[in-house]
Design a binder for this molecule. Structure first.
Ligand code: SF4
Ligand code: SF4
Length: 168
């Protein structure tokens, strides 16, 4: 039997080596740099991701009523560099392995990840604040930080509380 025929028979026995994408799902490697996902529960709106973003894809703005922070990532501007994930101090932003970026032209201005980080009121002065996640409080003020309720205070009242504690 010729080599050519052998190859044909082997390939027939093995079955198709390709996937009928987009008619069936195509698996992506776990570490593929795909679309960005943002978790508003972990975000402290420090703007680090916006600052380092290579594609200028991230916009962070106060909501009109100042009760929260609008967080937008434009998928079309993202260069999948991963800097936002690398520099985020709380792990609130990360790259998924979702590579499905095709979309109709008329959806291009809506093709983004939109979330809202809700503000709370400072437990002392009542100013709208973004409560610090316990992980960050622990990092800055040590294990005791959140026991004293520092995460529920604005930066000014937090400094005051720490100072009062030192004086005591
Ligand atoms: S996602 Fe991370 S880096 Fe970006 S504003 Fe939120 S906490 Fe800061
Ligand atoms: S992966 Fe890079 S370009 Fe995309 S949002 Fe993050 S920092 Fe910006």
């Amino acid at each position: 039997m010729s080599t050519f025929l052998k190859v044909i028979l082997q390939n027939l026995a093995k079955g198709p080596s390709t996937i009928k994408y987009p008619f069936e799902d195509s698996p992506a490697p776990e570490k593929l740099r795909g679309k960005i996902a943002h978790d508003p529960e972990k975000c402290v709106a420090c703007r680090m991701c916006e600052y380092v973003c290579a594609g200028g894809a991230i916009r962070i703005q106060d909501t009109e009523d100042n009760k929260g922070i609008n967080f937008v990532v434009w998928h079309n501007s993202c260069t999948f560099c991963g800097l936002c994930e690398y520099y985020c101090p709380t792990g609130a932003i990360h790259m998924t392995n979702d590579y499905h970026t095709a979309h109709p032209q008329e959806e291009k201005y809506d093709y983004c990840e939109k979330t809202c980080v809700n503000k709370a009121l400072c437990a002392r002065c009542g100013e709208p604040i973004l409560p610090l996640p316990p992980k960050m409080i622990k990092k800055v003020y040590g294990e005791e930080g959140d026991v004293k309720g520092l995460s529920k205070l604005c930066p000014k009242c937090r400094r005051k509380a720490v100072w009062e504690d030192v004086v005591r």
